[in-house]
Write a protein that binds this ligand. Structure first.
Ligand SMILES: NC(=O)c1ccc[n+]([C@@H]2O[C@H](COP(=O)([O-])OP(=O)(O)OC[C@H]3O[C@@H](n4cnc5c(N)ncnc54)[C@H](O)[C@@H]3O)[C@@H](O)[C@H]2O)c1
Length: 360
């Protein structure tokens, strides 16, 4: 086991909104003990992703009266699952004094967080994230929600977890494609917030690919810290939190234009490069840094070129197919030097189109 890194998330709305993120190898084995300390007297209900319970369940030693297992899949991240899980909680006797513990990836965390925010008008919950995406991104910040047939994350709440317990060892059992998705978010986060981390991802890529736990643990903890520091400045995503969307305006459009045949992580990688090309066209990023970003994604086997089968006009049209988007202005995050980004808001599609179609 390593030493614990404790990140404090202090939110201004009230003291009860503040919480800690712990990151430590082997932490999963201490979660129950710690919960007795931070939530004395609360009855715990653990909602586990089925894949996770299969591989890691015995480390938690749970009885049938406190455990719910569900199959976490994006197409089950919906209101029907919320109702099903809520009814299971009722049948197990969960009440207003209960605490939900989410153990799984981003789908499980979003669903359990949403359920906790509305179950009996709201009960506390804890995040135990088990994918790289969940550890560096989705478990932090309190965004919860489910999808509608009309689009992703259209129903949801802000509900901060009581504690986030990150054990980087979980990711050793991730399939390679899921790990790669997470690396796209890691590279994105590093470029937003820490030049040193960008350098580390460049120089230590062999160790990271070989899953050397000490290095992985540092990377995960540092990304969690960067995300937490941004969330602290803007809990409700009205301003600075939008910088976390680096690569996502382009990425979502690429995902949609491909009819979701391109995964989110791959689309984010391509989206970051489109954002860098846009930044280059606007004179904000040097050619050297543009190609530094290209080579970083390439090192982790993430795609940087949009496949020729995707039409630029379809991608541009997809910006406006987002059901959450109502105005004509598009918001992009421009990468500058590593560790620095800025927002760019425009309705000038010609330069955006040029960035999408520009060859490297
Ligand atoms: N709330 C937020 O701020 C936020 C941010 C980013 C993404 N998200 C959401 O997160 C979701 C994506 O998260 P994800 O990529 O973690 O997906 P996921 O939860 O579907 O997990 C991906 C796959 O990995 C499996 N898995 C999980 N942990 C494992 C482990 N340790 N070993 C082996 N297999 C494991 C799962 O069963 C699943 O098949 C999306 O729904 C997205 O909208 C939310």
């Amino acid at each position: 086991m390593g030493s614990v890194r404790i990140i404090k998330v202090e939110l201004s709305r009230s003291e009860s909104y503040s919480y800690e993120i712990w990151c430590e190898l082997g932490l999963r084995k201490k979660v129950r003990e710690r919960l007795k300390e931070i939530a004395p007297g609360r009855r715990l209900f653990w909602i586990f992703d089925r894949e996770v319970v299969k591989r890691w369940g015995e480390d938690f030693d749970l009885g049938p009266q406190e455990l719910i297992v569900w199959e976490a899949r994006e197409d089950r991240k919906n209101l029907a699952s919320i109702e099903k899980l809520a009814r299971e909680l009722i049948s197990l006797g969960a009440d207003r004094l209960s605490l939900l513990v989410s153990v799984g990836g981003g789908v499980t965390g979003d669903v359990v967080g949403f359920l906790a925010s509305i179950y009996m008008r709201g009960i506390p919950f804890v995040q135990v994230p088990t994918t790289l995406v969940a550890q560096v991104d989705s478990s932090i910040g309190g965004k919860t929600g489910v999808d509608l047939p009309d689009g992703k994350n259209l129903i949801g709440t802000f509900h901060q977890p009581m504690w986030v317990a990150i054990d980087p060892e979980f990711i050793t059992s991730l399939p390679q494609n899921i790990m790669a998705q997470g690396m796209a978010e890691v590279i994105k986060t590093a470029w937003i917030g820490d030049e040193g981390l960008v350098e580390m991802l460049e120089s230590q890529h062999d160790s990271i690919k070989a899953m050397e736990l000490k290095v992985i643990s540092y990377v995960v903890g540092r990304c969690a810290e960067i995300k937490a520091s941004i969330v602290m400045q803007d809990e409700r995503e009205s301003d600075i939190r939008r910088i976390l969307n680096l690569g996502h305006t382009f990425g979502h459009a690429i995902e949609r234009a491909s009819n979701y045949s391109i995964s989110h992580g791959e689309a984010v990688a391509m989206g970051c490069i489109c954002a860098a090309k846009l930044s280059f066209l606007l004179g904000k990023i040097s050619e050297e840094n543009l190609f530094r970003m290209v080579s970083l994604f390439t090192k982790y086997n993430l795609p940087v070129e949009i496949p020729p089968t995707l039409d630029t006009d379809d991608i541009i049209r997809s910006f406006y197919a987002d059901k959450k988007k109502r105005d004509k202005m598009l918001v992009f995050v421009l990468p500058l030097t590593p560790g620095k980004v800025e927002l760019y808001i425009t309705d000038d599609l010609s330069i955006v189109k040029e960035a999408v179609s520009k060859k490297l």
